[in-house]
Design a protein around this ligand. Structure first.
Ligand code: MG
Length: 386
């Protein structure tokens, strides 16, 4: 087994020259000793979107443990090997580092089995849902542009609608609420009804601000109001949920089963109405995400409440395998990671489940090129034993 890792910059905008806050992600390639069609099977992964590259933790801690556990390719056994010696709590972003390698392990395992990841998951885990040919998706984006914001936002949303998306999510919280309401109204002019638009405040509001904003949003009848305040301010979540009649979406910035259990117990969320955004990569990968699904299953939540964060191909497999509500897709942000496969057709806000073996990064030419370049770099080494 050989593991390679590199940090790469990513942009929130189609035009990558617009400043995007220096956001990065880690890409990894795990080259296995298993040969298919005359070539070793390679699993690819990356750190999803929004939490920066994880080079230090991957290189110093988790990749060396995987190499030491060689030839463990089973994703569950490999996960145990990576987590060996880790203590409960203190999730920090180690969960993202583990999730990055976990993604590549599942990609490799499904490729070895010769099936798409969603089908491989069906064969491996008991939590799967109803089999479907297509899944619901929505287009996420709508970050504030540094110039001509409203005109460019409208242009972005029109391009999403043209591509076949019917539901859209835009960002709020970075501007005064008055200006955010102008952005919301500009987008609503392009949509048939308010329930086609979700807004994501990116955890920007204080406990006081969020109550004012919730009251201002209420008349629009939006699809959902996301990341409404600090992700660990469960008291404020509960207070807003008491009065806000629309759906609240939460969980994107909670990364463990223990944190998910706290949200479930103290966040005041309503199982038949609210939305769970947990990112299947950031939550210690699929192994950790399964623990979170179990926790909410046991709490009486419907699978349709899950709309996983991330905006890339992995979310689409997870939705297809576990019968979740639908997947975020970032068609115009975070290239080359966001979006659907190059040959995918989106119709009425739905897309066909992926049919390439593994995750199917090979069906996104720009992303696959990036992974192939990574394969030319030096592999990581085992840590010297202490
Ligand atoms: Mg969000």
């Amino acid at each position: 087994m050989a593991i390679r890792e590199r940090a790469v910059p990513i942009s929130r905008y189609v035009d990558p020259t617009l400043p995007s806050g220096g956001l990065t992600t880690s890409i990894v390639a795990i080259t296995t000793d298993v040969v298919r069609d005359g070539k070793p099977v390679v699993g690819y992964g990356f750190s999803s979107i929004g939490r920066y590259a994880q080079s230090g933790l991957i290189r110093e801690r988790f990749a060396p443990r995987l190499l030491d556990a060689e030839p463990t390719l089973d994703p569950f056994q490999a996960w145990d090997a990576m987590m060996k010696g880790e203590k409960p709590g203190g999730h920090g972003e180690r969960c993202v580092a583990v999730g990055t390698l976990d993604m590549a392990l599942w990609d490799a395992a499904a490729k070895i089995a010769g099936v798409p990841l969603h089908r491989y998951l069906r064969d491996r885990v008991p939590q799967t849902g109803r089999v479907t040919d297509t899944i619901a998706i929505y287009a996420g984006g709508g970050y504030v542009y540094p110039h001509d914001d409203i005109a460019r936002l409208r242009e972005e949303v029109l391009a999403m609608l043209d591509a076949g998306y019917t539901r859209i999510k835009i960002k709020i919280g970075a501007l005064p609420i008055k200006r955010d309401l102008q952005r919301i109204e500009a987008v609503l002019e392009l949509l048939p009804s308010g329930d086609r638009l979700a807004v994501d405040a990116m955890n920007a509001y204080s406990a006081q601000q969020v109550r004012t904003v919730a009251a201002a949003l209420e008349p629009y009848g939006l699809w959902w109001f996301e990341d409404i305040c600090d992700p660990l301010d469960l008291e404020t979540h509960a207070r807003v949920a008491e009065g806000y009649p629309g759906a609240i979406a939460a969980g994107e910035a909670l990364f463990s089963r223990a944190e998910a259990a706290l949200l479930q117990r103290y966040g005041g969320l309503r199982p038949q109405r609210d939305i769970l955004l947990f990112d299947p990569v950031h939550c210690y990968g699929l192994v950790g995400y399964l623990q979170i699904i179990d926790a909410f299953d046991n709490g009486g939540w419907p699978r349709s409440a899950f709309w996983p964060h991330g905006g890339h191909l992995v979310g689409q497999h997870v939705v297809a395998a576990f019968g979740l509500g639908g997947a975020e897709v970032n068609p115009r942000s975070f290239a080359p990671f966001g979006g659907v496969a190059d040959d995918a057709v989106i119709r009425d806000g739905r897309v066909a489940v992926l049919d390439a073996p593994g995750i199917g990064f090979e069906r996104k030419a720009d992303l696959f090129r990036l992974f192939r370049e990574l394969e030319l770099s030096d592999p990581l080494t085992r840590a010297p034993s202490l």
